[in-house]
Ligand binder design. Sequence first.
Ligand code: PAP
Length: 324
Amino acid sequence: MEKKQERNEDDDFSESFLQTLEQQTNWDGSPMVKYRGSWYLKIFFRSVLSSHKHFKARDSDIILSTLPKSGTTWLKALAFSIVNRGTICCDIGQNPLLTCNPHTLVPFLVMFEENNPHEFDQPTDPRIFATHVPFKALADSIRESTCKIIYVCRNPLDQFISICHFLTENKLEKDHAGPLGLDESFDMFCEGTHPYGPFWEHMTGYWNAHLENPGKVLFIKYEDMQEDIVFNVKKIADFLGCPFSSEEEERGIVEEISKMCSFQSLKNVDKNGYSFNGLFKNNTFFRNGRVGDWTNYLTPAMAERMKKLVEIKFQGSPGLTFKI
Ligand code: PAP
């Protein structure tokens, strides 16, 4: 049962307010709270609420949205390169992606500080931000402005395995004995108890928003990007209103951007560094980037369980499917 969750605008996101929310521990022992039907890591929750309340989207902004481990880093690199291809990325030898992790170039909305909004201004135009929050939890100004949203969705089985590895590599909760075993973690995932979950609500929220307004929300699958990245780079550019000219296509710019943002290119950039104030190791954002890697970890029975779960949960979202 969820506890009382309504709050008024003057709440200071205090500890006493957090105590009114349903609590859980994530698979790695990190505290989570449930707010308006979705789970959030407690360490980021205040920032989620604060950015929701104070962030003012501009019509020209681009919002990249994903569940964790669904292709965020890749999408950040692609959007940054596509949008800035005529300016700071126009010389391939000078592309900031050669030296910076994409997370340094495209901030998450949770980094937004209400006391310091100008820190959030980016030198590039349009501004690009990323978020993991569900569609319903986006700041009103994002939904109400004409800014564009790109959502990347990944097969939940691969996403689950990717999260498990990431949590093992980056211990957020230092005193915790260690991550739960695979079976227990999978149970929690299938119950929707994981950061920004339930995953099916996250996916269907953006899918339905895309169906309602395809000019506002682009919905792409990680697996489709793996299958044909050139096609998807063009699709993103078209959606953002900056299509590649035939001259650019002839010069091979689409292929150049695809290559620059590939797993192989990005994985070695600043690989010994850290992102998010030292919280995560850069190299843990690049494991193997394979489609179907779950088959090396999960049993056919687990896959069957997921298949049935997804069938039920996606019933109200025609056209949303995964190959499992
Ligand atoms: P985040 O949401 O925490 O930022 P995110 O980038 O979405 O993480 O997920 C990392 C996954 O994307 C990793 O998947 P894996 O664990 O299954 O290997 C990572 O390898 C993969 N990834 C990162 N960059 C790329 C890329 N350029 N191309 C394809 N996959 C990538």
